[in-house]
Ligand binder design. Structure first.
Ligand SMILES: [Zn+2]
Length: 137
């Protein structure tokens, strides 16, 4: 029997002849990784599965009121990190919307022009935006 390389840990293992196209070894971590991968793909592809999961989570939340509130109290470092990331996302969003507004205001003729090296860019904090010319229509 020839060995196969595990898709998670990379070890070489002898696949179970009863499992067709076995890609993961039998270790508990690799089996968890296999299941997680399956669930990610299933969630992305199957709206019914997605709806069932959502409903299950809602039911669980009803049976366990206050769970997340007490979890956050027990993990203040997570709460702080999440708050920071959320503020960062909010700032980035505001910057993007400002840049978009500027882009629309500077529309000239059949082009949208966004200068890259002028004071306007600094004001917009749009270093990630690299738009120069966009054809309209
Ligand atoms: Zn493995």
């Amino acid at each position: 029997m020839s060995k196969v390389r595990c898709a998670h840990c990379g070890c070489r293992f002898i696949p179970n002849p009863r499992i067709k196209n076995q890609r993961y070894c039998g270790s508990i971590q690799c089996q968890r990784a296999r299941k997680a991968s399956w669930q990610r793909r299933k969630l992305a592809a199957d709206p019914d599965y997605q709806a069932d999961k959502k409903e299950g989570q809602r039911d669980w939340q009803i049976r366990n009121p206050g769970y997340w509130q007490s979890w956050r109290l027990r993990h203040p470092e997570y709460v702080e990190r999440n708050r920071m990331l959320q503020q960062k996302r909010r700032r980035r969003h505001v910057a993007k919307m400002d840049a978009l507004r500027q882009l629309l205001e500077t529309k000239t003729g059949s082009y949208y022009i966004l200068p890259e090296h002028e004071g306007m860019v600094a004001k917009m904090d749009a270093s990630t935006l690299k738009v120069r010319l966009i054809l309209s229509g």
